[in-house]
Design a protein around this ligand. Structure first.
Ligand code: PEP
Ligand code: MN
Length: 344
């Protein structure tokens, strides 16, 4: 339930509503908007008290049911968009934010060369995997703690805030000492122990969509972070499993538009994992922005043929610079009309 307070409601009115919500067996969650306060009643109540009766309490304008199972993530509760601050870079605001860097941190030279090049080309955040979720246990698993130190060094030199994946609850504290944005990988989207732990961290979270998760399941995973106390969540569409085998995954463009409609959280797209092919990254990035993505996360490597992970879907340094130049694309006329089509 959402309890909308009147614009002129006093603090005491809000406190009384919070108390009524609590005594009805719900968990109150207060959102102080620019114009009005909203009190959300979360949970299933349980002691038979009908919350609708609060409508007649002083200071209350209306009581409405939240239509979706994800409550705090829903736009019904918070119509204004959330802007997440990642080490000083706003994600979800007016500007598109590009995150770029190698799939895995492999060496000091590889990381620093990539960091310098992506910064020069316009990336605002640096990605780099230290702990890698690999399908085969025989594949490169990441440099671990050594990679975290290299990422910190790259941030010191370039000023780019760092994004890296957290695979397990044990590593959370150590990774948070180095990273500005903690990535929950697609395979861990429903690792509820990890989500609960990350909910208590004072660091923003990049929550990737699971390869076979529905939009509802994805938003419910985000809900674990929000209800656990972390409001700084960025969603990332990285492609889902379909019958198609020519691309590694199917980047679900409609899910980006839908998620922006259903939720106030920022949504970014990962065209590298979403396609598995470097030749498609530029085109799919434009499409993602056209449907409303707030940013991109792109894999870049100085020498993709020699990459220890995800080379075929990584751009080289010049390829990334070219992609950045071509992101907006020339406007095209719509046949039979004076209107032109623009991706931005
Ligand atoms: C990655 O970003 O390198 C990664 C492993 O992504 P995902 O979890 O989307 O597969
Ligand atoms: Mn990768």
């Amino acid at each position: 339930m959402i309890i909308n307070m009147l614009e002129g409601a006093s603090e005491q009115h809000t406190r009384n509503v919070i108390e009524s919500v609590r005594s009805a067996g719900y968990q109150p969650h207060v959102i102080y908007g620019t114009e009005r306060t909203i009190v959300a009643a979360l949970g299933s109540g349980g002691n038979g008290v009908q919350l609708e009766a609060i409508e007649s309490a002083p200071g209350v304008e209306s009581v409405i049911a939240i239509a979706h199972p994800f409550k705090l993530a829903s736009r019904q509760l918070k119509p204004e968009r959330t802007v997440v601050n990642v080490g000083g870079v706003p994600v979800g605001g007016e500007e598109i934010v590009v995150i770029a860097g190698p799939c895995s941190v492999e060496s000091r030279e590889q990381l620093l060369a990539t960091a310098r090049a992506v910064k020069a080309a316009g990336a605002q955040l640096l990605r780099g995997g230290a702990y890698k979720p690999r399908t085969s246990p025989y594949d490169f698993q990441g440099l671990g703690e050594e990679a975290l130190h290299l990422l910190s060094e790259a941030r010191e030199e370039t000023g780019l805030p760092i994004v890296t994946e957290v695979l397990s609850t044990e590593d959370v504290d150590m990774i948070a000492e180095h990273a500005d944005l903690l990535q929950v990988g697609a395979r861990n989207m429903q690792n509820f122990a990890l989500l609960r732990r990350l909910a208590r961290m004072n660091r923003p979270i990049l929550l990737k969509r699971g390869p076979s998760a529905t939009v509802k399941e994805w938003l419910l995973a985000a809900e674990y972070l929000l209800v656990g106390g972390n409001p700084n969540v960025i969603l990332c569409e990285r492609g889902i499993k379909t019958f198609e085998t020519e691309t590694r995954n199917t980047l679900d463009l409609a899910a980006i538009a839908l998620t922006k409609e259903l939720s106030h959280l920022p949504v970014i797209a990962d065209p590298s994992h979403g396609t598995g092919r470097r030749s498609l990254i530029s085109a799919v990035s434009k499409a993602a922005i056209a449907v409303g993505a707030d940013g991109l996360i792109v894999e870049v490597h100085p020498c993709p043929e020699r990459a220890l992970s995800d080379g075929p879907q990584s751009l080289d340094l010049a390829g990334f610079a070219a992609m950045m130049r071509h992101l907006s694309g020339p406007p095209r006329a719509i046949a039979g009309s004076a209107v032109t089509f623009r991706t931005q």
